[in-house]
Design a protein around this ligand. Structure first.
Ligand code: XMP
Length: 319
């Protein structure tokens, strides 16, 4: 793309001018905005960039591995994989209130990010994937305070607290332009076209108390569901799709035996900005096939439901 090619060169020149020979820290989540920010910065300043990827143990199947492989091995970036699952899951033990989950995760996230970032020597700048819409209006989710990396920094006043200046190379762009820039920078479609994923991750897709057992089951079911959606060519038509594991076990039959396992709910919505949403009208064939696959392939689930609530009155996430 001609325009994005020119934009890329301009953005790189600006970053070099702003940063000089200083070191930059970038919080990387694997989402579109932070990924494009990281790749652009890396192209501009190479080893003067260190990315911090906070792994709270609430990511999807193989997600941490995919992020580390892409940015550390493929792009050769300096990347700190802050694997703090034990810390997060430990603090979340016994917590079942949605807002309490968000608060716990949000606070730990800032602490952890700050701890790892403070070990990076001579850092002067913090990079953020702020987009133009973030600049002109601050969106607040109905689901409560957002804990994306972005809002962590905004809410926590982290740059000031850490004595860092901000680099925000995507400040002039809209989401579709960020995607185009990502494409221009060679990021694969699996990163550019990703559905949004909430900061608290699987915690808010596991209503009630979070256990490692439930998270494992949820990850497997979600992977089968997304695989089904991709195989049927529906991924790009859907704004967001995921499985929620329900805090209830139900009776089923399997062969000669009786099962007593978790029920799950499939969620898929279309939306423009996440503020309102419609449930996606899957065919009955798709739903039936997906239910069969999940029950056959995921031990621990014996019942699958489809959530047909739109927003409003529902929210997209279950918590
Ligand atoms: P709801 O569930 O409020 O979600 O309809 C709207 C959009 O926001 C995402 N979401 C969050 N993102 N931290 C985030 O970073 C949060 O606490 C949070 N809650 C919801 C949700 O995934 C959807 O895209």
């Amino acid at each position: 793309d001609w325009t994005m090619g020119a934009y890329r060169e301009e953005a790189i020149a600006k970053i070099r001018e702003q940063v000089g020979s200083s070191h930059v820290i970038c919080g990387l989540s694997g989402g579109v905005d932070s990924s494009v920010t990281a790749v652009l910065l890396h192209e501009a300043i190479g080893d003067q960039l260190t990315c911090v990827f906070v792994d709270h143990g609430l990511l999807r199947l193989n997600e941490a591995e995919e992020v580390v492989t892409m940015f550390r091995d493929h792009y050769n970036m300096k990347l700190i994989h802050a694997d703090e699952s034990d810390l997060f899951l430990g603090e979340l033990e016994g917590v079942s209130d949605p807002e309490q989950k968000r608060k716990t995760i949000g606070k730990l996230f800032i602490d952890v990010f700050q701890k790892y970032a403070s070990e990076i020597e001579d850092a002067d700048f913090l990079a953020q994937g702020t987009l133009y819409p973030d600049v002109i209006e601050s969106v607040s989710f109905s689901g409560g305070p957002s804990v994306t990396i972005k809002s962590h920094h905004n809410v926590g006043g982290l740059p000031e607290k850490m004595g860092l200046k901000l680099v925000e190379p995507l400040r002039e762009l809209f989401k579709d332009e960020v995607r185009a820039l990502g494409h221009e920078l060679g990021l694969p479609a699996s990163f550019i076209g990703r559905h949004p994923f909430p900061g608290p991750g699987l915690a808010i897709r596991c209503p009630g108390e979070i256990t490692r057992d439930k998270l494992d089951i949820l990850r497997k079911a979600d992977a089968v569901y997304i695989d089904q959606i991709r195989k049927h060519g529906l991924y790009d038509e859907i704004w967001q799709a995921f499985v929620a594991i329900l805090p209830v076990r139900t009776v089923g039959v399997m062969g000669d035996g009786r099962t007593y396992d978790y029920a799950c709910a499939l969620r898929a919505v279309t939306s423009v900005d996440g503020m309102t949403a419609d449930y996606y009208p899957f065919s009955h064939e798709f739903l039936g096939e997906t239910a069969t696959r999940i029950i056959n392939e995921v031990q621990g689930i014996n019942r699958v439901t489809y959530d047909i609530t739109s927003k409003p009155p529902g929210t997209i996430e279950w918590e």
